[in-house]
Write a protein that binds this ligand. Structure first.
Ligand SMILES: Nc1nc2c(ncn2[C@@H]2O[C@H](COP(=O)(O)OP(=O)(O)OP(=O)(O)O)[C@@H](O)[C@H]2O)c(=O)[nH]1
Length: 487
């Protein structure tokens, strides 16, 4: 027997549940992602980049500002100036002086270049003569002609195996303010570089110093070419503005990624400190979390939907069974009959075939109840129902029509065939022991049979069967009768 009807459309409900769950998960996951993204972005702009910048700045101050002061002291040193003015005679005196400055201040090198003789003195003595046509000496002639008191210059140091060195080149004047040479100390940029490299690897930031023209002068990785800022279109477009503003926060696009940039001007060095963070790299972690969360949400949605599908299916079939069957006998109830007969008549209209109704009633059932009690009566009802049901074909259906009354619907059967089946059933019930605990209890059935006529309603056909049944009851019961065809 097929299920008579569906209370709810399970597929639609599951689809709706899955949709609601996935929308809910998707919305909360995305919301979380955007909140985290904004928080990270604000932290980078408001704290991380400025903090990195100020840490490096203070380290630079520690490393560079002191040498500027030392170089200034050297430029104003009376001994140094007197020694030049006296004619640069005792080279040993000068080299001792420079060696002492170098050792005392832990400098990488110390020097003096005389304007008069062109000699380049170091702590070790005379290094060389500077010459205007020698590119490596260009710095001296630049310092000689410049307006400022000093400059900071990053160059390979000839006196120290060409190690990259920051020189503080201070102009020296005699007591009448005539230019007499340049002095100062040099220090390695390695400590600054180490610091920059550390920040770069720890926080994936790009850090470098530029001069006033935007040329990179110190860069974290000595093995790589320093970045050419004007070759990066996003940055190049704002570079002059950045250098003019000196300090600020900027952002630009490079290689498809958004870059956040903090710039600080270091007046002591006349350099700019650039601290750059690739926003997309910084957000890689939250993006990864987003994907993981979405995958988990999807999995949870699938599991919940699947479990709901199974559970709903189970309950739905239980509810359907409860709503359509008689609790005591397990036969269909009248409500289910209404739905099934409509379906049957619809198919009958498409494909006409005979339909026969068998209305069966237990004879003297009241006496069984009265004599053996209602429990035994129930048992008789249940067993007679089982017997009736066991004889049905797949297309037939049995309904508990009243208290001890049953309706059998036999599609494809004529009234005469129905009469034969009724007789077979009558005999089977008569032979049966409907109460196994008490074999003495026997019962019989009376049948009224009618063949459905297209001109009538099912109720009218059943009424005709009822009249035939009544006739059997009147003539002694335990019999079958075919209702005359509808006139
Ligand atoms: N045990 C039990 N009895 C029921 C149930 N439903 C109806 N009955 C009883 O069935 C009896 C039917 O009695 P009647 O209508 O007089 O019919 P009958 O005793 O079978 O007599 P005839 O039909 O004339 O042969 C009533 O006493 C009802 O109370 C039920 O579910 N269980």
């Amino acid at each position: 027997m097929s299920r008579p009807f569906r209370i709810i459309d399970r597929r639609s409900l599951i689809l709706l549940l899955g949709l609601l769950l996935s929308c809910g998960f998707f919305a909360t996951t995305l919301f979380g992602y955007f909140v985290s993204k904004e928080a990270i972005r604000s932290a980078i702009i408001g704290q991380d980049l400025p903090l990195t910048s100020s840490n490096i700045y203070s380290e630079i101050q520690k490393d560079l500002v002191r040498p500027v002061l030392i170089s200034s002291t050297m430029a104003h040193d009376t001994f140094l100036r007197d020694w030049i003015l006296r004619g640069e005679n005792e080279v040993g005196e000068m080299s001792r002086y420079l060696a002492e400055v170098k050792v005392r201040h832990k400098a990488f090198s110390s020097f003096f270049v005389s304007e008069k003789s062109g000699i380049y003195y170091t702590g070790e003595g005379v290094l060389k003569h500077v010459a205007e046509n020698e590119p490596r000496d260009a710095w001296y002639f630049r310092v000689r002609d410049m307006q400022e008191e000093y400059e900071i210059n990053v160059d390979p140091d000839l006196a120290n195996s060409d190690a990259l060195t920051i020189f503080i080149n201070y102009r020296v004047f005699d007591f009448d303010h005539n230019y007499i040479g340049a002095t100062g100390i040099g220090l390695t940029v390695d400590s600054v570089r180490r610091l920059i490299r550390d920040y770069q690897t720890r926080f994936k930031r790009t850090i470098y110093f530029t001069d006033a023209s935007g040329k990179v002068v110190v860069f974290g990785d000595p093995t790589k070419q320093p970045p050419e800022l004007r070759a990066r279109p996003g940055l190049a477009a704002q570079l002059d503005h950045i250098l003019k503003e000196r300090t600020g926060f900027y952002q630009f696009k490079d290689g498809g990624d958004n870059h956040l940039l903090n710039v600080n001007y270091l007046p002591e060095l006349q350099w700019y400190l650039f601290v750059e963070q690739n926003e997309d790299v910084a957000l890689a972690g939250v993006r990864q979390t987003l994907y993981v969360n979405l995958a988990i949400s999807l999995l949870v949605t699938l599991i919940v939907t699947f479990l709901s599908y199974l559970t709903l299916g189970h309950y739905q079939s239980r509810i359907e069974t409860m709503a359509s069957t008689d609790k005591l006998t397990g036969l269909l109830n009248r409500h289910a009959f209404g739905i099934l007969i409509d379906k049957l008549l619809a198919s009958h209209r498409r494909n006409p075939q005979p339909i026969t109704f068998l209305l069966a009633d237990i004879d003297h059932f009241k006496q069984i109840n009265d004599r053996y009690g209602h429990r035994t009566g129930d048992q008789v009802l249940t067993n007679v129902s089982s017997l009736l049901r066991s004889t049905l074909r797949a297309a037939d259906f049995a309904v508990r029509w009243g208290g001890e009354e049953f309706l059998l619907v036999l599609p494809g059967c004529t009234g005469d065939e129905g009469l034969l089946i009724a007789e077979k059933l009558r005999l089977a019930v008569q032979e049966s022991t409907p109460c196994p605990e008490n074999a003495a209890i026997r019962t019989t059935l009376s049948f009224g049979v009618s063949q459905y006529d297209d001109r009538e309603t099912p109720d009218q056909a059943i009424s005709r069967a009822d009249e035939a049944l009544y006739a059997v009851k009147q003539t002694g019961r335990n019999g079958v009768s075919l209702a005359p065809a509808k006139t």
